[in-house]
Design a protein around this ligand. Structure first.
Ligand code: ATP
Ligand code: MG
Ligand code: MG
Ligand code: MG
Length: 564
């Protein structure tokens, strides 16, 4: 491949609306372009990376014995009615009508479609177990699409679904998939961690997430110092109920007016921040206050404007109204983070306030999703409600440590929820109809690309882990037009690398060396070889690894040995 015949379009300017480094760098490298909110075009450069990720995912799924197929992205309402998810899935489900006014959705996930396929195809225990997968477009109408392809609306997912005659076999396949995921993320060259997770809207018995570790991650992960235990904080279980962290006495010590961070306010109110509750703000003065409990995935319109119970009603409020009450600039609430300062004005009604906060954990209120300790009865142990915070005692006797992660994979044991609802049975060995049990396994293929950049970049740009680099080697030609011998030498090196199975690209665009090197660094090519008149005269090539600070002069044999 010659870059003069490729469409590479990099920019120096940092895009104003991009917050995350991966989003900025993907735009600057010209890997993606925005079409509309959460909808991105993958450029030829971006697609090369996406395809490399996809290939590793496919190879490991195949190796694990899963079988590839493809389901439609547009799926009829009737199918989704069978499991009740046409209504229950919520706002992320994009609903569409055709010319006959028949209703469809764009698949955000495909349990219904695969179960429909399975009930047509599978009738005997002899056909089980089976694990079908696809690598296909998904659409979720995210409330707040952001960070480029990290949280897009249209994105590429690998989704797999397995069917089994009994639970033990499901557990076996679940472990098999976990092992495959571990191979996938290891091969991709990412630092990751498998963690216990909540099974969320999909439901079921057991579930684990795979997180790429990065400070910018939206999820908080809890590790234990005592063992390998790791969990999404929503699922992490501290060892038994702890003391309620915020007695009313302490609450009264809040002065008026004062600046506190969300973390401090949360601590005072006894609500540890989590992925679900990312910030808390309180204003009390004339008996009214604003309570902002912000859920991770949700936009600021999830914030509730409240009054102390008995004093007034609370209701949903828009962003502008809340910001006005908080005395904050527009844009203050996005992005949300635990260290953002909030203005706290609270010197009375604080005890009632604390009760209100706890009361908000009742169904239908904005604290739904906050975890109950597993060993506590639900839902009357209100006083003992707690989430995991840094330093908590873990089940294994160790201490909880917190880190941030990006969810790139998720495995679930679904059980019989979908097969039961959709009337799917197979005949067992005794000729008796049984409902198969299911597992499902997702990987955010397009999100991985952004997550890899969050973990691997520097001032100059992206530093791809080799397996997902658009090209492994860039051969940079100095003054290609001036002396045909230079271009010829570069071309023959390109061919030799190709023969050795190395994915190389030749930069023959004729840019000044500085500009050319800046592009090659920005787009993250792991190895750079400079071919110049001077080098050829000396019989050497100038080689530099993307992470190295110095170049070295290597002769042809040394170079091929190093790269091949
Ligand atoms: P999140 O918690 O980030 O919203 P999820 O738990 O809703 O993700 P799953 O239903 O588990 O997502 O889907 C499988 C995988 O698809 C996720 O682990 C993630 O990597 C990816 N994914 C989910 N939503 C998006 C999105 N909006 N953009 C890109 N990738 C996504
Ligand atoms: Mg989601
Ligand atoms: Mg999730
Ligand atoms: Mg998930």
């Amino acid at each position: 491949m010659r870059l003069s015949r490729f469409h590479l379009h990099t920019t120096k300017e940092t895009p104003a609306d991009a917050e995350l480094v991966s989003h900025k760098l993907m735009l600057r490298a010209g890997m993606i372009r925005k079409l509309a909110a959460g909808l991105y075009t993958w450029s030829p450069l971006g697609l090369r990376v996406l395809r490399k990720v996809e290939r590793i995912v496919r190879e490991e799924m195949d190796r694990a014995g899963a079988i590839e197929l493809q389901l439609p992205t547009i799926q009829p309402r009737e199918l989704w009615e069978e499991t009740g998810r046409w209504e229950k899935f919520g706002g992320q489900l994009l609903k569409i009508r055709d010319r006959k006014e028949a209703e469809y959705c764009f698949s955000p996930t495909a349990e219904e479609a695969i179960t429909d396929y399975a009930r047509q195809e599978l009738s005997s225990y002899k056909q089980l177990p089976v694990n079908f997968y696809q690598i296909h477009t998904k659409f979720r109408d995210e409330i707040r699409p952001r960070f480029g392809v990290m949280r897009a609306r249209e994105f590429l997912m690998k989704d797999a679904y397995s069917f089994h005659v009994n639970d033990a076999d499901l557990v076996r396949e679940y472990e098999n998939m976990k092992a495959a995921y571990t191979r996938i993320f290891t091969r991709l060259g990412l630092q990751f961690r498998a963690v216990q997770a909540d099974s969320g809207a999909i439901g079921g018995d057991a579930s684990q997430e795979f997180h790429v570790l990065a400070d910018s991650g939206e999820d908080a992960i809890a590790f234990s110092t005592g063992s390998d235990y790791a969990a999404n904080v929503e699922a992490a279980v501290a060892a038994g109920p702890g003391p309620r962290p915020a007695p009313a006495e302490e609450l009264r010590r809040v002065q008026t007016p004062t600046q506190k961070t969300c973390e401090e306010v949360a601590a005072l109110l006894g609500i540890p921040l989590s992925r679900t509750v990312k910030s808390v703000a309180v204003i009390a003065g004339d008996g009214s206050f604003v309570l902002a409990l912000v859920r991770g995935d949700h936009a600021v319109n999830e914030i509730k404007l409240g009054k102390v119970p008995g004093v007034g009603e609370y209701r949903m409020a828009g962003e502008a109204e809340i910001l006005e009450h908080l005395g904050c600039e527009p844009g203050f609430l996005g992005p949300l983070g635990p260290r953002k300062p909030v203005r706290v004005v609270a010197d009375r009604e604080v005890a009632a306030l604390a009760d209100f906060v706890i009361g908000a954990n009742e169904p239908g209120f904005h604290l739904t999703g906050v975890n109950w300790g597993r060993d506590l009865p639900e839902p009357d142990a209100v006083a003992d409600i707690r989430n995991v915070v840094e330093g908590d005692r873990a089940i294994d006797g160790g201490r909880i440590r917190l880190a941030r992660g990006i969810e790139v994979g998720h495995v679930f044991q679904l059980g019989r929820k979908y097969s039961q609802a959709m009337g799917f049975t197979v005949l067992d060995e005794n000729g008796k109809a049984v409902v198969p049990t299911m597992g499902c396994y997702g990987i955010g293929v397009s999100r991985i690309v952004a997550a890899a950049i969050e973990q691997n970049h520097d001032q100059a740009g992206i530093i791809w882990p080799e397996p997902m680099a658009p090209w492994t080697v860039a051969i940079c030609v100095i003054n290609p037009k001036k002396d045909p011998k230079v271009d010829e030498a570069a071309e023959s090196l390109l061919q030799e690398l190709k023969t050795a199975g190395v994915d190389a690209v030749l930069d023959d665009r004729g840019l000044r060396p500085g500009a050319m090197f800046a592009d090659i660094e920005l787009i993250g090519i792991p190895h750079r070889v400079v071919v110049s008149e001077r080098g050829l005269a000396a019989g050497t090539f100038e080689y530099r690894a993307r992470r190295a600070s110095e170049s070295e002069a290597l002769d042809r044999a040394q170079l091929l040995q190093h790269l091949g």
